[in-house]
Design a protein around this ligand. Structure first.
Ligand SMILES: C[S@@+](CC[C@H](N)C(=O)[O-])C[C@H]1O[C@@H](n2cnc3c(N)ncnc32)[C@H](O)[C@@H]1O
Length: 423
C-alpha cells in the first residue's frame, strides 16, 4: 500500500536515508518506486524552501504535506487510522505562517512547486494559478484516442468492454475514451491491433485544430514518438500525407513502430535535416509546399505536471529563460516547409505566456506572420472553446477544461489574403 509505504519511507528520509534507501526501507520496487520517489521529492522541496523563509514552517508544512498525501489515499471509512503527525496543530501553524508569506511563496508551498515555477505560473494565470495547480495534481486516469482511421469510438468502446476494459466517452475530443477506474491499462488485443493510443484529450485536440488537408502535405516538425503525428494521420484517414521530423532518433524509432501498429501508411518519418545542409531527397519536394506545419515545441511541460511530477522541481529559472529562444528558433526553421498560404500551428503543453504568446509575438514581428482569431479558425465541433471573437490563443486548462494544459496559436503569413479557415 502506497500510504503505508510513504509513511515508512518518509520516516526513513527524516532519519537520514537517501530516497533509494527509503524505497528499500519501505519495500517498494518497480513502478511504485518512481511514484514514491516523486512524492518524497515533493515533501523535501517544501521543506527546503520553507526553511529559508521561516524556521519551523518547513517541518510543519512538510509533515502536513505527508499527512495530506496519506489522507488522500486513506479509505473514506478509515477512522481511527494511526497517522504520524498531529494534523490540526500543524494545519493551524502552517496557515498562520503562510498567511504572512507573499502570494508566490504561498503558491509554491500550497502547490508543491519550485519558486521559479510558482512565479511563472502566477505571472500568466494570476489568482487562477492555485486552481490550476490543484487541478493538475488531481489529474488521474487514462484517456485513449480512438484510431478513427480504423474504427469508431462506439465500436472501440464495445470491443474494449469485451476485453474487460470499461470506458466512457470524452467530453472535449470526439476521439476520446476515458478508462473507468484506476490502475494500469491491461494488455488488450485492441491496442496491439493499433485501434487506439493513450493520449490526453488536450493533445488530441491539437491535431484536430491543425485540420490537415488531404491534398497538401502536413509537416510535424517536433514529432517525437508521434502522439500528434498519428492523430493527424488518423484524421486524414487513408488520404493525404504527414511528414514527421524530429532530432531524437530513438523517439522516431518508437514512432515508426506505433505507426506500423496503427497502419498509418500516409506517413513519412525522417530525422530533422541539419540547418544549412542540402535537403535529403525524400524531403526536397516538401520545402515551401506544406499546407500545415505543426510545431509542438519542446517546453517546460507544466501542463502535464500531474503525470510528470518531477517537473515541479526540475523546471528552474535557467530552463525558463532558455526555452523561448529555442522555441523561436525551431518555429523559425519550420517556416521553410510552409507554402505561402499555409498555416503554422504553434503548440506547447504549458500555459506560460513566455513560452507561447511571447514567442508567437516575436515570430510574427520578425517573420511577417499574424495569428488568427481562434473563433475564425476552430472547426464547428470546437467553437465552444474559442475564448472570444478576437482572441488568437486557445489555452486549455485542467481546472477549466478537465484536460492537460495546452496552448495553441494558428499563424499565417501577413501577405496571404485568403479566407481565414482554408488556405
Ligand atoms: C513536446 S515534444 C513533442 C511531442 C510529440 N509531438 C507528441 O505529440 O508526442 C518536443 C519534441 O521536439 C523535439 N526537438 C527538440 N529540439 C528540436 C529541434 N531543434 N528540431 C526538431 N525537434 C526538436 C524533441 O526531440 C521532442 O521530441
Amino acid at each position: 500500500m502506497i500510504d503505508d509505504a510513504l509513511e515508512s519511507a518518509w520516516r526513513a528520509v527524516q532519519d537520514g536515508a537517501t530516497l533509494s534507501e527509503a524505497c528499500v526501507a519501505a519495500g517498494v520496487e518497480g513502478s511504485g518506486r518512481e511514484r514514491l520517489i516523486g512524492e518524497l521529492r515533493r515533501l523535501l522541496a517544501g521543506e527546503a524552501r520553507l526553511e529559508r523563509v521561516q524556521p519551523g514552517l518547513a517541518s510543519a508544512s512538510a509533515r502536513l504535506a505527508a499527512l495530506d498525501a496519506l489522507d488522500e489515499r486513506a479509505p473514506q471509512s478509515g477512522g481511527g487510522r494511526r497517522l504520524p503527525f498531529d494534523a490540526a496543530a500543524l494545519r493551524a501553524r502552517e496557515a498562520e505562517l503562510l498567511s504572512r508569506a507573499d502570494p508566490v511563496l504561498r503558491l509554491a508551498q500550497r502547490g508543491s512547486v519550485s519558486d521559479a515555477v510558482a512565479a511563472a505560473l502566477h505571472r500568466t494565470l494570476g489568482d487562477e494559478a492555485q486552481a490550476f495547480l490543484d487541478a493538475s495534481w488531481r489529474r488521474a486516469g487514462l484517456c485513449l484516442r480512438v484510431n478513427v482511421a480504423r474504427t469508431t469510438r462506439e465500436e472501440l468502446a464495445e470491443r474494449l468492454k469485451s476485453e474487460g476494459v470499461a470506458t466512457r466517452p470524452g467530453t472535449m475530443s470526439p476521439w476520446a475514451l476515458h478508462v473507468v477506474g484506476d490502475g494500469p491499462l491491461p494488455r488488450t488485443r485492441a491496442q496491439e491491433e493499433g485501434l487506439f493510443e493513450v493520449q490526453d484529450e488536450a493533445s488530441q485536440l491539437v491535431a484536430f485544430v491543425v485540420d490537415p488537408l488531404a491534398k497538401a502535405p502536413t509537416v510535424d516538425v517536433c514529432a517525437g514518438a508521434g502522439g500528434k503525428t498519428l492523430a493527424l494521420c488518423a484524421r486524414l484517414g487513408k488520404k493525404g500525407r504527414v511528414v514527421a521530423l524530429d532530432v531524437n532518433r530513438p523517439r522516431l524509432r518508437e514512432l515508426r513502430a506505433r505507426a506500423a501498429r496503427a497502419q498509418a501508411f500516409n506517413l513519412l518519418v525522417h530525422e530533422t535535416p541539419r540547418a544549412g545542409s542540402e535537403l535529403p531527397a525524400p524531403l526536397r519536394p516538401l520545402a515551401g509546399h506544406a499546407a500545415r506545419v505543426l510545431v509542438d515545441a519542446p517546453c517546460s511541460g507544466l501542463g502535464v505536471l500531474g503525470r510528470k511530477p518531477d517537473l515541479a522541481r526540475r523546471v528552474d529559472l535557467g530552463v525558463l529563460r532558455r526555452l523561448p529562444e529555442q522555441q523561436l528558433e525551431i518555429a523559425r526553421g519550420a517556416l521553410a516547409w510552409l507554402r505561402p498560404d499555409g498555416r503554422l500551428i504553434y503548440a506547447t503543453c504549458t500555459p506560460l505566456r513566455e513560452e507561447n504568446e511571447a514567442v508567437v509575438e516575436r515570430l510574427c514581428a520578425e517573420e511577417g506572420l499574424e495569428a488568427l482569431p481562434m473563433s475564425a479558425w476552430l472547426p464547428a465541433e470546437l467553437f465552444a472553446l474559442a475564448p472570444d471573437r478576437s482572441s488568437t490563443v486557445l489555452r486549455l486548462l485542467p481546472h477549466v477544461h478537465g484536460t492537460d494544459a495546452f496552448t495553441i496559436h494558428v499563424l499565417r503569413r501577413r501577405s496571404d489574403g485568403t479566407e481565414t479557415r482554408r488556405g
